[in-house]
Design a protein around this ligand. Structure first.
Ligand code: NAG
Ligand code: NAG
Length: 94
């Protein structure tokens, strides 16, 4: 009787551990997607937004590409730029 209970308890522990493992892996993949597939943008140069600036203009002035710019400014909303906001114009994805 107690042997069966031990087995059941053991199974529960293993089950819980693998569940935790799967959950943390899923979360890692989720975070990786949100933050650019596990790559952390590292910003080398920032510019402050000035009146009339647009993402497009800043991309052109910084010799960046839209794809790079989006990758190094992960949470940027180009429809909602504000004066004094810092944008990354040069950086790398590690
Ligand atoms: C962008 O490239 C042009 C031409 O190569 C250069 O004159 C200019 O200084 C560059 N601008 C920046 C911000 O790197
Ligand atoms: C970006 O900003 C605009 C203007 O405030 C807003 O309407 C839009 O929903 C925002 N988009 C995102 C993805 O947050």
């Amino acid at each position: 009787m107690s042997k069966i209970n031990n087995k059941a308890a053991m199974f529960n522990i293993v089950f819980m551990l693998s569940l935790l493992l799967i959950m943390s892996m899923a979360e890692g993949r989720f975070l990786g997607l949100v933050f650019g597939r596990g790559k952390t943008p590292q910003c080398d140069k920032v510019v402050g937004v000035q009146g009339g600036d647009t993402c497009f203009g800043i991309i052109q002035n910084s010799n960046s590409t839209a794809a790079t710019f989006a990758a190094i400014n992960p949470n940027l909303n180009c429809s909602a730029l504000f004066v004094g906001q810092w944008l990354c114009v040069s950086g790398t994805l590690n």
